[in-house]
Design a protein. Structure first.
Length: 308
């Protein structure tokens, strides 16, 4: 996807989509309103992604961020765009310019943001404000993705049922297909059936979450404003979000202090943290295999022991 003509074709397609929309958001609004023909003057590949290719496009309307991958009609980029737009109503995200497909290449074109290290306290406070806003039900109107794996949509007022049937059970099904031992999968299904016991004295409220909140999926603007990207958005128990922040090394202490100052965590979170991170560990097993299977087994056994 390094050819200049391919970048230009994608850019032209994005401009056409943007021009047809009722509102032209972000950095191309004025140029599209004037109906000028814009061109890609340069492009530079950006590393760091394991699912999509990324590039910075230098255009005569300013820089833009482009993600691409082979178009398998999987809906990954439209789903990501919907997540960014939902989060962007409440917290800073890159504005979506357009998503589509050109010559077998799916693309997502976004506002370019110059990011630096995030202000931990500001991120914690912003996350608490995001999670505090009431939501109608758990779930999401459409299927989307967690990494490259499907994440099932649907809505439910019962969180334990939703989390068991729409999050853990599908990952266990896929793990069985990918070779996770039958005894571990069986123990996982036992855990799914036992989920209500983890909520006997705790009633989570639906909260809009980023859904894949680890260290590589956020940054900060020069003025300290937190920015979120690469979401797996849905409405969940907010503890599922905070648990994910602790899975791969954790965030800085200032993040947690600021979050809990605005929205304290329930005492039972320490146990449920393992329950919520099991979803991500199973997902990593399904994506990458290896030692994530053993880690998932330890987590399942520990959680079942909590019930006995």
């Amino acid at each position: 996807m390094a050819a200049h003509t391919t970048y230009q074709a994608i850019f032209d397609d994005a401009l056409a989509r943007l021009h047809e929309s009722e509102a032209a958001p972000g950095p191309l609004a004025e140029a599209v309103a004037q109906r000028d023909r814009l061109t890609v003057e340069a492009q530079r590949g950006i590393g760091g992604g394991c699912i999509a290719d990324a590039a910075r496009l230098e255009t005569d309307s300013g820089p833009l961020f482009l993600k691409t991958h082979p178009d398998g009609n999987d809906g990954m980029f439209p789903a990501e765009a919907h997540g960014l737009e939902a989060l962007g109503e409440r917290i800073r995200t890159p504005q979506v310019v357009a998503s589509g497909s050109v010559d077998g290449t799916a693309y997502l074109l976004l506002e370019w943001l110059d990011l630096s290290r995030v202000n931990d306290a500001a991120l914690g406070e912003a996350m608490a404000e995001l999670h505090a806003e009431p939501q109608a039900a758990f779930g999401w109107p459409e299927d989307n993705f967690i990494g490259a794996m499907p994440q099932l949509g649907g809505e439910d007022e019962d969180w334990a049922r939703f989390y068991g049937q729409r999050r853990l059970a599908p990952q266990l099904d896929w793990a069985a297909e990918r070779g996770l031992s039958a005894s571990v999968v069986e123990a996982g299904y036992e855990l799914v059936e036992s989920l209500p016991a983890f909520f006997s004295d705790y009633r989570p409220c639906p909260a809009l979450i980023h859904g894949d909140m680890w260290g590589a999926n956020h940054g900060g603007l020069a003025d300290g404003t937190p920015v979120l990207f690469d979401p797996a958005t849905y409405r969940a128990d907010r503890e599922a979000e905070i648990a994910m922040t602790e899975l791969f090394g954790g965030f800085a202490p200032g993040f947690y202090r600021a979050y809990e100052a605005h929205l304290p965590l329930d005492a039972g979170y320490r146990t449920r943290k393992t329950l919520y991170n099991l979803y991500h560990v199973l997902n990593h097993f399904n994506l990458f295999g290896g030692g994530y299977g053993q880690q998932a087994e330890r987590m399942i056994r520990r959680l079942l022991a909590e019930l006995h």
